[in-house]
Design a protein around this ligand. Structure first.
Ligand code: VG1
Ligand code: CO
Length: 558
């Protein structure tokens, strides 16, 4: 087969957001659109491509297979040496990270729009991960974007026919250069790694029960996303769970119409099943398998911020951390500060980074970060460089097996010891972009004007005095790179926080995210929505959000 150069023109807007390029499927279906972006990814790595290995796979959504085929043909034309491709194009995001690291690949191309719905009328996405297994840092994605704005040609080998439905190795001769496609089992490497990290025997004993103890009844929901085959292998084959312990474990191109985002709204099915059933733990994962939701008996909800804090305080129950030791902890800025208290109590370093997993990578590579998370149902560790939904569920099961306590008891004991950070996030999805941008500009001006610090704001009988307000910026302590304008935050004298930012993962319009975090040392058993109501009202007053968005209620509350 030989290389063909195809003339093309740049498309506007191929700028990767919080986690890759995400657009409607129909945008990707435009002639040359996908090719341009893939070529730009490869061009950003031009100097290292010759003979390199790249990992390719996605979450099984509509268009994944077609785009894998394009990546094979374009990689062949650009001198890539070898592709490791998940069978049928399937690889969860954490599995891609694991495989890049294990086989020392140059990087990976992940085909996912994560928690966004799939199918011909919904979303698709392409993300580049680097040699450390993590999402490309801003410098790289900016470079990719710059290349997309100037692209004139892409290279392709049109007559490679590679059957990705069968595991095996295919070799091609591309004008005298060898090019190899290795179709791999999507699950093997990841599961082998999980077995190194966790004590599977112990978790199996918990799930199957012993003579003294009845089985711990789990309900694991893949939401028709990519984790299905991983859940089947881990929970059914390895841990001895029954068919009734898992649900929606067949990846579907449109996720069966589900919105594969594991939260109380979009995973309401699971919540209801756990509420009404005899289950000790429920867990759900998003489309690409990096997010997790954990609920206990009776659907007792664990906020991701609390989940992070609890895991931080129990890491010694996990063999991986017994071996590696614990370095530091981190969370994204909008995430509630519960883990900060564990860090303070245990003396570990604590980092606060912008939203997006790419900001954790350098700290992990430098050996300063073991466990981190985001309020958006992301939890993970330095075992890979992506957040990892199944890892989080196994980590929780390790804690439950190790302590013998219920999810609810663990949370209550945690709050009794550390106090509780009440947290909620309001999402206003698909609002008009212009008015949302205007709202953010006006608000930034307001909160950074003289006199705002020190001002008082009241609602529901409570008064809050502003201590600090800014547009969050972050300097990476390892490479000193700076990320500006990462979200407006207002911090009050009592430590309560209001954060407002615009989403960087949507495919149309603007999504406003309002985050509220408030600490209580003693009053720890309240309802978050009730406890936070005054602060929410203050946030709506200061931001004038109803006026700018035209919304009197959020689309999703988490
Ligand atoms: C959202 C979350 C963020 C997460 C990102 C990718 O970004 O808020 O915490 O890292 O999604 O998650 P944004 O910019 O929309 O707020 V995933 O599971 O979609 O890759
Ligand atoms: Co995801």
């Amino acid at each position: 087969p030989s290389v063909v150069n195809v003339d093309t023109n740049p498309f506007e807007g191929q700028k990767p957001g919080t986690s890759g390029l995400r657009k409607k499927v129909k945008v990707f279906l435009q002639e040359h659109y996908t090719e341009n972006f893939v070529q730009s990814i490869l061009d950003a790595n031009k100097d290292s491509l010759a003979g390199s290995t790249l990992v390719v796979g996605g979450d099984g959504r509509y268009l994944v297979k077609e785009v894998v085929d394009k990546i094979i043909k374009i990689s062949a034309a650009n001198g890539v040496g070898r592709l490791l491709v998940g069978q049928d194009g399937i690889l969860s995001t954490p599995a891609v990270s694991c495989i890049i690291r294990k086989y020392k690949a140059l990087g990976g191309i992940v085909l996912t729009a994560s928690h966004n719905p799939g199918g011909i009328d919904n979303d698709f996405g392409i993300k580049f991960n680097c040699a450390n297994g993590g999402p490309a840092p801003d410098a790289t994605t900016n470079q990719i974007y710059a290349l997309t704005t100037a692209i004139k040609q892409y290279k392709i080998v049109p007559d490679i026919a590679c059957d990705i439905s069968k595991i095996g190795v295919s070799n091609y001769d591309i004008g005298g250069q060898k090019f190899t496609v290795e179709v791999i089992d999507p699950v093997n490497d990841y599961v082998a790694y999980m077995k190194e990290i966790f004590d599977f025997n112990k978790i199996k004993a918990l799930i199957q029960g012993t003579e003294q103890r009845k089985p711990f009844n789990v309900l694991i929901d893949s939401m028709n996303g990519v984790t299905g085959p991983y859940v089947k292998r881990i929970f059914i084959d390895e841990l001895g769970a029954r068919e009734g312990n898992v649900r929606r474990i067949v990846p579907l191109e449109d996720f069966g119409g589900a919105h594969p985002d594991p939260n109380l709204t979009y995973a309401a099915d699971l919540v209801n099943a756990v509420k009404g059933g005899d289950y000790d733990l429920g867990a759900a994962f998003d489309g690409d398998g990096d997010r997790n939701m954990i609920i206990g008996r009776g659907a007792f909800f664990v906020t991701p911020s609390d989940s992070l804090a609890v895991l931080a305080s129990y890491l010694q129950l996990i063999p991986y951390f017994q071996r590696t030791g614990v370095r530091g902890f981190a969370r994204s800025m909008p995430t509630a500060a519960a883990v900060d208290r564990v860090a303070a109590a245990t003396g570990f370093e604590m980092f606060e980074v912008p939203t997006g997993w790419k900001y954790f990578g350098n700290l992990m590579d430098a050996g300063r970060l073991s466990l981190c998370g985001e309020e958006s149902f992301g939890t993970g560790s330095d075992h890979i460089r992506e957040k990892d939904g199944l890892w989080a569920a196994l980590a929780w099961l390790s804690v439950l097996a190790g302590t013998g306590h219920s999810v609810e008891d663990i949370l209550k004991a945690h709050w009794a010891k550390y106090g509780r950070n009440y947290f909620t996030r309001y999402d206003y999805e698909e609002c008009a972009s212009d008015s949302c941008n205007e709202m953010m500009q006006v608000l930034e001006k307001k909160i950074t004007s003289p006199g705002f610090v020190g001002s008082s704001h009241s609602a529901g009988g409570k008064t809050y005095v502003v201590k600090l307000a800014d547009n969050f910026s972050y300097m990476d302590p390892i490479d000193q790179s700076v990320a500006m304008k990462q979200g407006l935050r207002i911090i009050f004298e009592d430590g309560s926080r209001i954060v407002l930012r615009l989403s960087g993962t949507g495919s149309s319009g603007a999504t406003v995210r309002l985050y509220i975090d408030s600490y209580e040392a003693k009053d720890v058993l309240g309802d978050a929505q009730v406890m936070l109501k005054p602060l929410i009202d203050v946030a709506l007053q200061i931001s004038e959000l109803p006026k700018y968005t035209g919304r009197d209620a959020p689309t999703v509350i988490t």
